[in-house]
Design a protein around this ligand. Structure first.
Ligand SMILES: [Fe+2]
Length: 230
């Protein structure tokens, strides 16, 4: 099975492990079925035949979404496979990937096409990374991308493990890498955005890098942003 259930109308898709700044990064995408039967594809991973068959059995791909400008590797492949789907750019990506045929740019408000099922929060305040966090109502899941990373203790080996622990992305200390935390200069705005996510009271938190939280999501978000909230 290419897809694994993560919650009601919510599936997880494991992708390959990629080198990122010399560290092996696992990847993971999400598939959400909206109440009108169309599919919302979040940070897609490579689309092979097995996955395509499972996707097509679930519904019609209408939305292909990237949550931040670092996650763009397989967008073109999905848009080619599903040309009628709309491709959405997070802040900064349309400029970085001028070759991609984006249909719209994401911002603070959810698109009317998915607003009944999914809310979204733009997390501002960093000079290098702006991320859109999606909130899936039916499964009560907050979907973070790079702002919360939660690697198992033994994922990174040797000096990488030491550095990653220092970076605050290894269990039990999940969060954004420390060098990114330092880029949040407008912290009151960031705090307001994170508070909106906490107000949603997520039960689960879906993340691509490390272990998602399948329960107690609100606590998981609060501790992941301890560096910002305290
Ligand atoms: Fe990432």
């Amino acid at each position: 099975m290419a897809l694994e259930s993560f919650g009601p109308e919510f599936w997880s898709a494991e992708g390959p492990i990629l080198p990122f700044c010399g560290f092996p990064y696992p990847t993971r995408g999400a598939v959400i079925r909206l109440r009108n039967g169309s599919l919302f594809i979040w940070s897609p991973v490579p689309l092979d035949q097995a996955m395509r068959a499972e996707i097509d059995a679930l519904g019609t791909v209408r939305h292909i979404v990237s949550p931040n400008k670092l996650h763009h590797l397989w967008l073109a492949e999905w848009k080619r496979a599903y040309p009628a789907a709309r491709l959405y750019a997070p802040p900064g990506l349309a400029r970085k990937r001028r070759d991609l045929p984006f249909d719209a740019v994401l911002d603070e408000a959810p698109e009317p096409d998915w607003a009944d099922d999914i809310d979204q929060v733009l997390v501002p305040g960093s000079s290098v990374l702006t991320e859109i966090v999606f909130l899936h109502k039916k499964s009560q899941t907050a979907i973070f991308c790079d702002l919360i990373q939660n690697f198992p203790r033994d994922w990174f080996k040797g000096w990488r493990g030491w550095l990653a622990r220092l970076d605050g992305i290894v269990q039990p200390n999940h969060g954004a890498p420390r060098e990114w935390r330092a880029t949040f200069r407008h912290r009151e705005r960031t705090r307001q955005a994170v508070q909106r996510i906490l107000d949603f009271a997520p039960d689960k938190v879906f993340i691509p890098h490390g272990e998602p939280a399948r329960q107690n999501g609100t606590d998981f978000v609060r501790t992941g942003f301890g560096w910002l909230l305290r």
